[in-house]
Design a protein around this ligand. Structure first.
Ligand code: NAG
Length: 445
């Protein structure tokens, strides 16, 4: 470890591993450390032994759960939008070659005490019980407006400038009902709460467009998921970094970030010091540099079957919009199963999560737990959502944000791009890199 690097990265979460991959490709000498003996940090997928070590003080998992190696239990409930930024980064870096993806089978929303499918096609929309006939016509007009709107073409604006008009006014313009607004804002635009209503509409238009274009890509749902769990994502980027010379050390305790004249000069582990001119790390490696913005509760549930009223889907997202259960923040349920190689074949996994609003968070997720059917075992995690206080330009220590309560990786990618810009001074430009085969051909020619 006593060497000089350009950049030391601490924590092998997805954000850190993407950056380490991107910077290694550019020829930076990267050392990547993690205090855990596994990859992924807070975005890891754990086998049963690791899960019981983390949540049950090392108690042995019961034999009826099956083999340890059949489990890859995610710690955070996120899916990839098929047309989202993470897919673009995976293609740009050609990390897709290390991974296999499968669709998430369905997207559901809780409405008036029942679970309803989010329509995946025009046909499904016509038959959906989510809206009455007249409301469907109004909604159709609204969606056509969203689809046709082009900022540079005023003839598509219909007198509304979405760069300034609040979303609430756009809904009012189309005369949409409260239940429809809940559905659009929470199940399609994936807002966690209602503050977006007062912000300019373009943000929500972008989100609806992302949802619909992702849905159109594969049908069924807008989401993709890596076989063997989300933990495969950081590992894919770590492999990329290693190919370009990145050095990885797991199970390595980090004692101190070392500064000289207010700038980072290295990282100390025991009596070894690795020198560097920049550090990138997750909030747990620099607790004095972050502030708490929210707290989230996540209940990882082991189930004995698919959850009721989801057409026996082997995987799903279910959103309980806040208004439906008189809360400020939505409750999300994310489900996966053995068809994604994340658990033994007779079990299903679901994570119920929300942003904490009271002193009794477990009661807050009860509406989600109630929809799951029999729960075999449950592991509760309460985590701070933190973000850095400073942008890192002064001391060259760049801290990532925690994984937030959103159901996808779009905000993670925003953080990656933002960190990349601060670390390198350049904007991250995503284009498809030549594949390994093409590179070899080029070298042979
Ligand atoms: C970082 O923050 C400082 C103030 O703390 C500011 O002067 C500087 O412009 C910021 N840099 C970037 C890249 O945001």
């Amino acid at each position: 470890m006593d060497e000089t690097y350009d950049i030391i990265v601490m924590g092998t979460g997805l954000t850190e591993c993407i950056l380490s991959g991107l910077l290694s490709i550019e020829g930076k000498k990267v050392l990547h450390l993690d205090r855990n003996d596994y990859y992924g940090g807070d975005s890891a997928s754990l086998n049963l032994t690791q899960l019981f070590r983390q949540f049950r003080g090392g108690e042995a998992p019961p034999a009826e759960l099956g083999r340890d190696r059949d489990y890859n239990v995610d710690l955070i409930p996120k899916f990839m939008m098929a047309n989202g930024e993470l897919v673009k980064i995976l293609v740009h870096t050609d990390v897709t070659r290390y991974l296999e993806f499968k669709q998430i089978a369905g997207s559901f929303v809780y409405r008036d005490g029942k679970i309803a499918k989010v329509p995946a096609s025009e046909m499904e929309a016509v038959r959906s019980p989510l809206m009455g006939l007249f409301e469907k016509r109004r909604a159709k007009k609204f969606f056509e407006f969203v689809q046709n709107y082009k900022q540079e073409d005023p003839s598509t604006h219909g007198g509304i400038d979405i760069a300034v008009t609040p979303m609430q006014n756009v809904y009012e313009h189309f005369g949409l009902e409260a239940g429809t607004i809940d559905f659009i804002g929470h199940a399609l635009a994936l807002h966690l709460e209602d503050s977006y209503l007062n912000r300019p509409a373009f943000e929500t238009f972008d989100r609806i467009t992302l949802y619909m274009s992702s849905m159109a890509r594969w049908g069924k749902s807008p989401y993709l998921y890596p076989l063997y769990g989300l933990g495969e994502l950081p590992q894919g980027f770590a492999r990329l970094s290693a190919i370009y010379g990145g050095t990885y050390m797991l199970d390595k305790k980090v004692d101190e970030i070392v500064y000289e004249d207010g700038k980072v000069v290295g990282v100390r582990s025991g009596d070894e010091i690795a020198k560097c001119s920049q550090v990138i790390c997750d909030p747990s490696y620099a607790p004095e540099k972050v502030q708490k913005v929210d707290r989230v509760i996540r209940a990882i549930c082991l189930l004995s079957g698919p959850i009721p009223n989801t057409e026996n889907a082997d995987s799903f997202q279910l959103i309980i919009p806040q208004n439906q259960v008189k809360r400020k923040n939505d409750i999300y349920v994310a489900g996966v199963s053995s068809s994604h190689n994340v658990c033994e074949k007779n079990h299903y996994l679901a994570i119920v999560s929300t942003i904490i609003e009271t002193d009794n968070p477990q009661v807050e997720i009860q509406p989600g737990l109630d929809l799951l059917g029999p729960i075999v075992d449950m592991f509760i995690q309460i985590a701070d959502i933190s973000e850095p206080i400073q942008n890192g330009t002064t001391d060259q220590v760049f801290v990532s944000k925690s994984y937030d309560a959103t159901s996808h990786f779009e905000t993670v990618c925003d953080d990656v791009k933002d960190l990349y810009k601060r670390v390198t001074g350049n904007t991250l430009v995503l284009k498809q890199r030549p594949s390994q085969e093409e590179e070899q051909k080029e070298m042979a020619a």
